[in-house]
Structures are given as C-alpha cells and as structure tokens.
Ligand binder design. Structure first.
Ligand code: MN
Length: 304
C-alpha cells in the first residue's frame, strides 16, 4: 500500500516494489517501473529477502548473460557465491560490494551459500553509457567500503561519493549509492542540484522530504530540495540512489540493456547458441564465454 496522501499530494512519488522470482527466490523489484525507468544511470533494483536459506534451498541463479550494464550486489545478511566467465569465484558478505561490468558481454551465476541462515540484500543495475557499453567486461570485489558517521547512524558509500568519502567502485557516469543505517531521529543530507535521486527503504520506516516511505517502497526524488530531510520513525535501513540523468533512451529486456530491439535480439541469439552448445563448446559466441556452475544455464525467454 502506498503511503496516505499528504496535503500537497506528494504520495504520488511513493511506489511499492513488486514481487518477482529470481532463481527460486522471491524478490521485490523497485526499478524499473512504468513512469520511472531510470534514476541517473540506475536502471534496476531488486530487494532480495530477508528469507531463510538452507543447505538445499535458497538463491539458485544459474549461468546467464548480461550486456551493457554493471551489477551491484550488496548484502545486509547472509552470503552469495558469484562465478563468472572471466574466471572470478567470489564469496560476498555484508559490508562488501560486488561490481560486475558486462560491457559487450559476460556470463555469471549466483547462489546462496549452502548453509542455514538468512539471506537479505539488494542487486542493483547501472546502465553503461554509449562510450563504454561495447567495451570489455570486468569484475571487482570491494572487501571494504567507506563508512561515515551521520546523525543517528552511519552511511556506507557503495558507489560514488558522499560526505567527503568516496567508494573505489569504478562507474562510467556521475552516480552515487549510499546505504544508511539509522536509529530513530531526524537528519539532513545535502543533495546535488544536477542529480536525480530515489530512496528505497530496505527495513523500517521514514518520512523523507515530508513523505512516509515504508519497507519495500521507493520514493521518487527526481525533483528534490537542496537538502533532504530524513525523519526515521524507527530503526531504518534505506538506500539513497542518485546520478546525473542518463540522457540515453534504453531498451531493456531480460538481462540485457541496449538501445534497440535489434541489438537485444542479436544478444538473445548469441545466448541461445551458448545454451544449445551445452555451455562447454569452445565455438560458443565469444562474448558469452563459459562459466563454472553446478546449475544449468538459464535459457532466455522468447523475445516477442
Ligand atoms: Mn545476473
């Protein structure tokens, strides 16, 4: 349910994330949505869990391709193993960041660790701009990120800079992503006038710029004041995502971010060749190289 209307009607800016299934795991998808495709270059936001995983059940995302985007994986609880076609094999834990750059093409797999526990986190996508989206793929794991003290809590700078702290994560457009872990209370946060923003509440409830935003809701702050007032009504975990408007219309389909249907169709054909080959042949289309995973590759849905 959306927050009740406020006197100036600003509740139109609050959107519930919608349920989706990713590898047998229910996620809440906050981006993209009708009327809000991107926030800066942020083009996708999935909130995973919190959900109990076990030795035999959890997140099981088999090998699948990406083009034209970066994936940002950030955990609140639990751990995920990432493998990709560059040979990366990386366990990620809370407080760490996985940044995978697809460029022209990459294949990866993700699974929750086979032990009982809770998995809770987010996966965000960043659309790559024209200058870099045809380039090479890469993967980086940031074991530590800057954490700054703020009023009533702290903030981890995942992407970009905030409060004179800067993440080492390499992105291609002016962008920021900060995870606030706040106790109840009011705080103010300077915003850039040239950025557009969104707030997503991972846990708890807050009044942000006068509008109540609860767990699983996104507040559209494309229009925003110079200083953001955040009044947390209980202990709250929220993400502030922002960036320069991308200015490039995207064609997004399945795991691909491109600029035309034709381009997406070519990537889908290339991926079908990978799946048909059993993912072991050396003559697979070279942009989708083999990745090691115990899970079968995921075929693309039919492009209509
Ligand atoms: Mn993926």
């Amino acid at each position: 349910m959306a927050a009740p209307p406020t006197p100036d009607g600003t509740s139109a800016r609050v959107h519930d994330a919608r349920a989706a299934d990713v590898g047998g795991f229910t996620v809440r998808r906050a981006l993209p949505r009708v009327g809000l495709r991107t926030v800066g270059a942020w083009c996708f936001a999935d909130h995973m869990g919190p959900e109990v995983v076990t030795e035999t059940s959890g997140l099981d995302v088999g090998p699948h391709p990406h083009i034209g985007l970066q994936t940002v994986t950030w955990l609140v609880e639990g751990s995920i193993r990432h493998t990709d076609s560059l040979g990366s094999d990386q366990l990620i834990r809370p407080g760490q960041l996985n940044l995978m750059t697809a460029g022209h093409g990459i294949v990866h797999a993700e699974e929750s660790v086979r032990a009982r526990g809770t998995l809770h986190g987010v996966q965000l996508w960043i659309a790559q701009p024209e200058q870099t989206r045809h380039g090479p793929s890469s993967f980086s794991h940031l074991a530590e990120l800057p954490v700054v003290d703020v009023e009533h809590g702290n903030a981890t700078v995942m992407i970009g800079d905030y409060a004179r702290a800067e993440s080492a994560a390499a992105v291609d457009t002016p962008l920021m992503g900060v995870d606030f872990d706040l106790q109840a209370g009011a705080s103010t946060h300077a915003l850039r006038s040239d950025f557009e923003y969104a707030v997503y509440v991972v846990h708890g409830r807050a009044r942000v710029d006068g509008t109540v935003v609860a767990e699983g809701q996104l507040l559209d702050l494309r229009r925003h004041p110079a200083e953001l007032l955040v009044e947390t009504l209980e202990p709250t975990r929220l993400l502030l995502l922002g960036g320069l408007p991308l200015g490039e219309p995207l064609t997004m389909w399945w795991n691909f971010v491109g600029r035309s249907r034709e381009e997406i169709a070519t990537a889908a054909t290339d991926w079908a060749a990978y799946v048909d080959s059993g993912a072991s042949a050396s003559d697979v289309v070279d942009r989708f190289a083999t990745v090691t995973s115990r899970i079968a590759p995921i075929p693309a849905p039919t492009l209509v």
